[in-house]
Design a protein around this ligand. Structure first.
Ligand code: PLP
Length: 468
């Protein structure tokens, strides 16, 4: 399997491991596989008898091709999806929460959000490839949310990797701050800036534009545009489908709380590979760029509102470029024109393609506001005694809405985080705090380490030069 950039008409080929370490393509595009491998009905039947890690190997190896020796790949996938990391052999257990609505728990990993499922794989795969090449990498990122702790949990203690994360000093919940700050491994550097999240992100972007610096200090990225993450996320949609069906003739609808469009893109690719998903239903919060797009065909960047589901607070969805590429019949020239137009106008009009978007590719959407999420949290608690987090509630809200119009198929919703990460919202909805998993009791009292720096590019660069 080979990859090329969505903006490269000459389709210069890269291997899986090159794409893994490179992240974003140099032309600003995103790497995509040259084809989507097909999973036949016979192979799908075989998958019904596999454990999560066995199936992860079957699926991920289709995308890795010959870039990693198969016995090595098997070892690193088995290490990634072990019961000691994800709580059980099933990794992403599925439960029915109301009639026809199923919840697949994707937040069983160490940071309590679904990002662990991909990030843990990325950590092992990057470490493997870097040690094979005798190289090191400094991962530079910015996040106010779940990415920091998922990335740091995955990379802690890895010999070839350092992690430098820029975070807003006042922008994280005390739980999230403690989660990241209490990771004290030598290769993890949390930087706190007296600046908002956007500023942190801009600093990462401008440091990445300094190509000589980037090359000299081997700066890399693990944000959700990294293909290694998407590829690992495809696995759990197969698992979810197989958990709620008995035969491959059955169809399901999938509902995914979305922000940067990485998670639902994986579901879309699973569908392209042959998994019988009828509709891919994207759920957003008050930041409804994606909801407006899938309803009208017009994609328009907006300013971000801070909500009670912060990991879905985005102004544009970076991964959607991969979907646009397919929508434009994989024509890199046409896509590049649209993307450069978007740079200036902040808008793309695909309204003429709306029928293709909905009927052919199966995308639909819905949105929720704070009050609606709170009442879903109450409703699900009353019905099943299960406490769900505000992101998961955003998905369940949209699933219930669609079910009222069409209950012919089961709805697979994904639980993207554990309620403990968003205690304030749960307190507001239910009047009590969610029960914390044992390893997080007293988290805020643990020793924390943050490096306080000024929000100047030169200060961050000197830190990297001096410390790494
Ligand atoms: C990251 C995240 C999302 C959004 O996922 P995308 O892949 O960016 O669409 C949703 N919920 C939670 C809890 C997250 O951490």
């Amino acid at each position: 399997m080979k990859y090329f950039s969505t903006r490269d008409a000459s389709q210069q080929k890269r291997s899986f491991t090159e794409v893994l370490l490179e992240g974003l393509a140099p032309d600003g595009g995103l790497y995509v596989p040259e084809t989507y491998p097909e999973v036949s009905k016979d192979l799908l039947t075989k998958f019904r008898y596999l454990t999560y890690k066995q199936m992860a190997y079957e699926i991920i190896s289709l995308f890795v091709g010959d870039a990693i020796e198969s016995s090595d790949l098997k070892k690193l996938i088995h290490k990634t999806y072990s019961a000691s990391v994800f709580g059980s052999e099933s990794v992403t257990p599925v439960e029915q929460i109301s009639n026809g609505i199923y919840l697949q728990d994707l937040s069983t990993g160490p940071s309590l959000a679904f990002k662990d499922l991909a990030m843990q794989f990325l950590g092992h795969a990057m470490d493997y490839e870097l040690s094979r090449r005798g190289q090191t990498l400094t991962i530079l990122g910015a996040s106010s949310g779940d990415t920091v702790s998922a990335a740091e949990e995955a990379m802690r203690g890895k010999e070839c990797i350092n992690v430098v994360m820029l975070t807003p000093r006042d922008g994280m919940s005390s739980f999230q701050k403690a989660q990241a700050g209490s990771i004290l491994d030598d290769n993890i550097f949390n930087i706190a800036l007296a600046a908002p999240f956007d500023r942190c992100q801009d600093l990462v972007k401008s440091i990445n534009k300094d190509i000589p610096f980037k090359q000299k200090y081997k700066i890399g990225a693990v944000n959700s545009i990294n293909w290694g993450r998407i590829c690992a996320q495809i696995v759990y949609y197969f698992k979810g489908y197989l958990s709620i069906t008995n035969s491959n003739d059955e169809w399901i609808d999938a509902v995914v709380p979305s922000g940067n469009f990485g998670n639902v893109l994986a579901a879309y690719i699973a569908k392209k590979m042959g998994l019988p998903i009828r509709r891919l239903i994207v759920s957003t919060n008050e930041n409804d760029v994606l909801d407006v797009f899938f309803k009208t065909g017009t994609y328009q960047q907006k300013s971000v509102k801070v909500t009670s589901s912060p990991s879905m607070d985005i102004s544009k969805a970076s991964n959607i470029e991969r979907y646009f590429f397919d929508l434009l019949d994989r024509n890199a020239n046409v896509l590049s024109d649209y993307m450069s137009e978007f740079e200036t106008t902040k808008q793309i009009d695909f309204s003429e393609l709306l029928a293709k978007i909905q009927i052919e590719t199966g995308f639909f959407s819905g949105a929720s506001n704070h009050q609606e999420r709170l009442s879903i949290i109450q409703k699900i608690y009353q019905a099943s005694q299960r406490v769900i987090d505000p992101h998961t509630a955003a998905g369940v809200k949209v699933a219930l809405e669609y079910q009222q119009k069409d209950d012919s198929l089961p709805y697979l919703c994904v639980e993207t985080a554990k309620p403990t990460k968003f205690e304030e919202a749960i307190q507001e909805a239910l009047g009590f705090l969610p029960k914390r998993p044992a390893q997080f009791i007293g988290l805020e009292d643990k020793q924390q380490r943050f490096f306080d720096l000024n929000d100047h590019e030169d200060d961050i660069k000197s830190f990297i030069v001096e410390r790494l």
